[in-house]
Design a protein around this ligand. Structure first.
Ligand SMILES: [Zn+2]
Length: 307
């Protein structure tokens, strides 16, 4: 029997300025006026129903950025309250995590007048016991785990991300005490696709050739076992904002760490940013359309799994 072909397009909506390497409220305005309209039009063109995860911060600044996706039939999910690294979910206490989850959920629910049940952590940083806290806050879906994604070595919170190496590849209900393992909790994990290389917008812009190879390998896997494709991108990858005059932020006093972690990483991340990213992404979506994939949201996948 032919395996099901499902693709989940997921978007993290936040005020991160990729070009200026920092969080910036003005970037949120570019997301609202440029990034979101460009993506929403592209999604209409390819018949995509997507999931948008918002930080509470951008939702409070620009409620319209939430409404515009919801009104066009997409799912609204939470991306926590803030993208500040000092307040990542694997740094906060369980009580603080619960508060952040509940507050971000109610900000979004007040804007759209509908229930918000899906979540992705900023920078995909969560602890083992996170499923229990999510459930307590009323969430049904998490999409923070990226199994077998090896570029995590260059990202924040790498110690916790080592769990990604052995995490299941297909969507699974997690254990209550371990989000990286299959179990019987009420939380469905929708893991972001990866095959060593991540299947995300940044990598698609940076290395289109290697990204095509990654997609081909993942496609073979889908043909073989029906694994869902889960792509992760950000509306702030599709904006053309001005560059600040000051040099990029220095997060380390060690010159090698500064060069590797800040300068090099930044140089790579700005490739094909803005309008240039649109045709590249269009080709990505056209592939799924051609191959007869169905685009569904995280919430829809949850309902299919529980029917
Ligand atoms: Zn994010």
């Amino acid at each position: 029997m032919a395996k099901e072909r499902i693709c989940l397009i997921t978007n993290d909506v936040e005020t991160t300025s990729i070009l200026n390497h920092k969080l910036k409220d003005e970037t949120g305005e570019y997301v609202l006026r440029q990034g979101m309209p460009r993506l929403l039009d592209l999604y209409d063109q390819y018949g995509v129903k997507a999931t948008f995860f918002y930080t509470g911060h951008i939702a409070r600044l620009f409620p319209e950025v939430v409404r515009m996706a919801y009104d066009r039939g997409h799912e609204v999910g939470s991306h926590g309250l803030t993208h500040e690294t000092s307040q990542a979910f694997d740094v906060l206490t369980p009580q603080q995590q619960l508060e952040h989850l509940k507050t971000s959920k109610s900000i979004l629910e007040d804007i759209v007048g509908d229930q918000v049940v899906s979540f992705r952590a900023p920078a995909a940083r969560v602890d083992k016991g996170f499923a229990q806290i999510l459930q307590e806050a009323g969430f049904l879906v998490d999409s923070s785990v990226c199994p077998q994604r090896l570029d995590m070595m260059f990202s924040f919170g790498v110690a916790k991300k080592l769990h990604w190496i052995t995490a299941p590849r297909r969507a699974y209900f997690t254990r209550a005490d371990n989000i990286f393992r299959k179990g019987t909790s009420g939380v469905l994990e929708v893991p972001v696709s990866a095959w060593g290389f991540p299947y995300i917008g940044t990598f698609m812009r940076l290395a289109p050739g290697l990204n095509r190879l990654t997609r081909r390998v993942l496609y073979c896997e889908t043909l073989c076992n029906g694994r869902q494709f889960v792509f992760l991108t950000h509306p702030n990858e599709f904006i053309d904002e001005p560059r600040d005059s000051e040099p990029i932020q220095r997060r380390s006093s060690n010159p090698i760490a500064y060069w590797m972690g800040d300068v090099l990483r930044h140089k790579l991340k700005v490739k094909n940013l803005g309008e240039k990213a649109l045709p590249i992404y269009g080709r990505e979506l056209a592939f799924f359309q051609r191959k007869g994939f169905e685009f569904i949201t995280c919430k829809e996948l949850y309902h299919r799994k529980t029917m």
